[in-house]
Design a protein around this ligand. Structure first.
Ligand SMILES: NC(=O)c1ccc[n+]([C@@H]2O[C@H](COP(=O)([O-])OP(=O)(O)OC[C@H]3O[C@@H](n4cnc5c(N)ncnc54)[C@H](OP(=O)(O)O)[C@@H]3O)[C@@H](O)[C@H]2O)c1
Length: 260
């Protein structure tokens, strides 16, 4: 039996790869940098933050000019944008992605159900859950054809209930976990693995700029067993591990410093 965990030369699509600066990249950008260090080619998306993605690409190209990197504007809430994204990726790289990191996400912090407008619920579900379904549908045919694929969703500790955010955000992330486990059961024999990384209290991000923003919430650093918030490079480590480990599928990996 051939075991192929090599990601060098593979094409990885990372959604929401924009944001942050050189020393403090956001989660999608940190994943992109780490996959690039392992020799993957990259297709990276941004929604509004083009400059930060351009800066990241310039940095990565300095390290290795041979690994092609393309960038794409995409609002993952729009089905047409996702379809166009896959068309552009095919045009730029001559193929669809071998690895999908569905990271782009949204979560306006509204804790109390009575304050969550139906529009907020719908938009959160669209960006976090519906887009993951559409992206997966677009990604799977190429992976099936070559009997090799890795799909990693960035979910959240919120999927299990613990959250500084409201039930809309938890529901959107729990939906992704359910979808991932279903697909893992049905499709892992086809060479595609499906896993999710569920981070908690990762600071230096748009969602949680600093530990100050956690004070007085369930994510307050005093409640985190390791005694600090998480770093985006730690998310990237786990994502890359999942891409390089084909024997792991259908798992939700809680990355929370021990917070339950
Ligand atoms: N930070 C945490 O502690 C934490 C915890 C649990 C889960 N997460 C999850 O981790 C992922 C990354 O979050 P982050 O903390 O790095 O947040 P972030 O700094 O706010 O980054 C969000 C990323 O998603 C993109 N994005 C947002 N809405 C989009 C849309 N409608 N269409 C396309 N892209 C969109 C943003 O693009 P632009 O900047 O270009 O607009 C950005 O690249 C999200 O799925 C989030 O739910 C984060």
């Amino acid at each position: 039996m051939v075991v192929d965990n090599e990601i060098k030369g593979r094409l990885a699509l990372v959604t929401g790869a924009s944001g942050g600066t050189h020393n403090n990249l956001r989660i999608g950008a940190a994943c992109s940098r780490d996959l690039h260090a392992y020799g993957t080619r990259l297709a990276l998306t941004y929604s509004t933050n083009k400059d930060s993605l351009d800066n990241l690409v310039a940095e990565l190209l300095k390290q290795s000019k041979d690994l092609k990197i393309s960038t794409h504007q995409c609002d993952v809430a729009k089905e047409a944008d996702l379809q166009r994204l896959f068309d552009e990726v095919k045009h730029e790289h001559g193929q669809h992605p071998d690895i999908l990191v569905a990271n782009a996400g949204y979560g306006k912090r509204v804790s109390n159900i009575l304050d969550i407008a139906l529009e907020e619920w719908d938009y959160t579900i669209n960006v976090n859950l519906r887009s993951s379904f559409i992206l997966t549908k677009l990604a799977v045919p190429h992976m099936l054809e070559q009997h090799w694929g890795r799909i990693v969703y960035i979910t959240s500790i919120a999927a299990g209930g613990t959250s500084i955010n409201g039930c809309h955000y938890s529901a959107s992330k729990a939906g992704v976990q359910g979808m991932s486990k279903n697909l893992a059961n049905k499709m892992s024999k086809d060479g595609i693995t499906f896993n999710d990384v569920a981070p908690a209290m990762i600071t230096g991000t748009g969602m949680i700029p600093s530990e100050e923003n956690l004070k007085g919430t369930p994510g307050d650093v005093k409640n985190i067993p390791v005694g600090r918030s998480g770093h985006t490079t730690e998310c990237a480590n786990v994502v890359t591990m999942l891409c390089r480990t084909g024997y792991m599928t259908g798992q939700s990996i809680l990355l929370s410093g021990g917070l339950k």
